[in-house]
Structures are given as C-alpha cells and as structure tokens.
Design a protein around this ligand. Structure first.
Ligand SMILES: [Zn+2]
Length: 106
C-alpha cells in the first residue's frame, strides 16, 4: 500500500513537472509572437521616443529587463522597418522588435 502511494506521488510529480515545462515552452513561444515580432506585426511609431518607450516596457520571461543590443534598418516587402535587437543579460534570451517608420512625424 505504501509502495503504491509512493509510486503515485512520483507519477504526480513527473506529470506536474511536464505540465510546468509545457506551460513554460508555450509562454516562450507566445513571447515570440505579438506586436513587433515580425514585419507583419511591426509597431507603428510617430517618433523615436515611442520606440524607446516600447522597448523600455519589454521584459524577458525571466523577469529581467531587456537591454537594447543594437538597432538597424531593414527592408521587407517594399517597406522600411526599424529593427531593435533586445538582449537579456540574465538568461541570454534575445528578441527582435520591428517598428514601422513610415508613420514617423518628421
Ligand atoms: Zn531573461
């Protein structure tokens, strides 16, 4: 009887660990989607201050704040985008965020 309980506890722990890992993987996948994740999802900005604000708001999944590792311009589908590369010093995670600069007020 004790043995069966013991086995059940272990099975429950393994299942819980698997679910947790799956939830984490899903959260990570989701963090690669959404606004700014691709040229199609580019965030329209009116000024570069908007871009800085947006980048400052971004946090890594580990909870740390991303730092901006670099910025560049990229052309895709006949449009020009500003791309910021974010980097997490805590866990080495990185992201690219696309901004639509055609809406810039000059
Ligand atoms: Zn991180």
């Amino acid at each position: 009887m004790i043995t069966i309980l013991f086995v059940l506890v272990i099975v429950a722990a393994v299942v819980a660990m698997g679910l947790k890992r799956r939830a984490k993987a899903q959260a990570r996948r989701a963090s690669f989607a959404g606004p700014g994740s691709s040229p199609e999802e580019a965030i329209a900005i009116r000024s570069f201050a908007d871009m800085d604000d947006e980048l400052r708001r971004r946090h890594c999944l580990c909870g740390a704040r991303f730092s901006v590792a670099g910025e560049g311009t990229r052309d895709a589908g006949g449009r020009s985008f500003r791309v910021a590369r974010l980097y997490c010093d805590e866990c080495d995670e990185s992201r690219e965020v696309y901004f639509d600069t055609s809406t810039l007020l000059q």
